[in-house]
Design a protein around this ligand. Structure first.
Ligand SMILES: Cc1cc2nc3c(=O)[nH]c(=O)nc-3n(C[C@H](O)[C@H](O)[C@H](O)COP(=O)(O)OP(=O)(O)OC[C@H]3O[C@@H](n4cnc5c(N)ncnc54)[C@H](O)[C@@H]3O)c2cc1C
Ligand code: SF4
Length: 291
């Protein structure tokens, strides 16, 4: 059986009720609010997130141990933030016993693999307490992102206040409210080539995954996937951290998520086949695809 959207126990539309988190969020503030709830309730004692780097909009892994640090790491950096790099460090140098982790699907494959085969990771897997996934169609190497933004928007990256991908466009907003929407057919050549063999769109291996697609602006589509994820999600909802709606009642809804996940898998399987013909057979597997 092919499970394009992975296994999940609940899927819904949600946004946080925490005004400060929502104001600064990429979408519904799901990631930051869940980590803030988990910190307050002693489910985690810190979280590995993509903090700001030295360069504008550079994602740099950081261990957030309080609300201010979580807030500082909000919003999507459309370049690689190698969050896995800090996993061991978080338990050793930062002394975390209960680690929260956010990552795109490929990072979660690495993380789950480290849990199954903890080579050079002694004691680390047992300390992973909450794994949040974010949907991902592609990423840009940092320099490609600079070129993409600066060549096509005529703006410096320093003046950008938000970037997002949706409705067939890569949209760049500046501090002074200039908005440029670049069609995705223009952005493809800037993508990291490794993304073209990736078969997971919706972070199948997370405890809870979320993304903007499927729900109205300012909301997120949320998949609650594991028992652990469900305990955390239900606890946070019961404490009033999130406003929710049945996914069937929002537009464009789950059909669009399924469509995009299917397109990613179909397109990237073709690249895998082309590479296999060249003798390079390995891609990033989606464990929920049987073929
Ligand atoms: C490269 C990339 C591509 C994406 N593509 C899609 C897509 O095609 N469709 C879709 O619906 N959603 C996509 N998303 C997810 C979406 O942009 C939001 O990140 C997600 O909805 C979470 O928003 P939020 O309001 O819940 O999180 P916020 O409260 O704003 O927090 C975002 C969290 O994500 C972390 N983060 C930011 N950038 C990165 C990064 N590069 N690597 C790891 N962690 C990071 C931040 O540190 C923060 O903890 C993508 C995200 C990334 C990073
Ligand atoms: S498309 Fe896949 S390989 Fe590329 S960044 Fe996203 S999850 Fe990783």
């Amino acid at each position: 059986m092919v499970l394009t959207l992975g296994n999940y126990r609940q899927v819904l539309a949600a946004r946080t009720t925490d005004k400060e988190i929502l104001k600064n969020a990429q979408d519904g503030g799901i990631v930051t609010a869940l980590f803030a709830y988990a910190l307050e309730n002693d489910i985690i004692d810190g979280a590995i997130v993509a903090g700001p780097g030295q360069l504008p909009w550079q994602g740099m892994p950081m261990v957030a141990m309080n609300r201010q640090e979580l807030l500082a790491a909000q919003k999507t950096k459309y370049n690689i933030s190698p969050n896995m790099k800090l996993l061991k460090e978080a338990t050793r140098s930062f002394g975390l016993e209960k680690v929260g982790f956010v990552g795109v699907p490929c990072m979660l494959q690495g993380l789950r693999k480290a849990q199954v085969y903890p080579i050079a990771m002694r004691d680390v897997p047992d300390k992973i307490a909450l794994v949040l996934g974010i949907f991902c169609m592609e990423v840009f190497p940092y320099q490609s992102m600079v070129q993409l933004v600066e060549d096509h928007t005529n703006q410096k990256l320093e003046s950008v206040s938000k970037m997002e991908i949706g409705k067939g466009k890569f949209t760049v907003c500046t501090e002074r409210c200039a908005v440029t929407a670049i069609p995705l057919k223009v952005t493809h050549k800037y993508e990291q080539p490794g993304c073209h063999v990736c078969l997971d769109y919706v972070a199948n291996l997370s405890d809870i995954s979320s993304g903007s697609v499927g729900t109205p602006d300012g909301w997120s589509t949320v998949f609650v996937r594991t028992k652990k994820g469900e305990a955390v999600w239900n606890g946070a909802v019961a404490e009033g951290w999130f406003e929710t709606q049945p996914i069937e009642q929002v537009k464009p809804g789950l059909d669009l998520v399924t469509k995009l996940a299917t397109e990613k898998i179909t397109k990237n399987k073709k690249t895998l086949e082309e590479r296999a013909a060249l003798g390079v057979g390995k891609g990033l597997r989606n464990p929920y695809l049987s073929t």
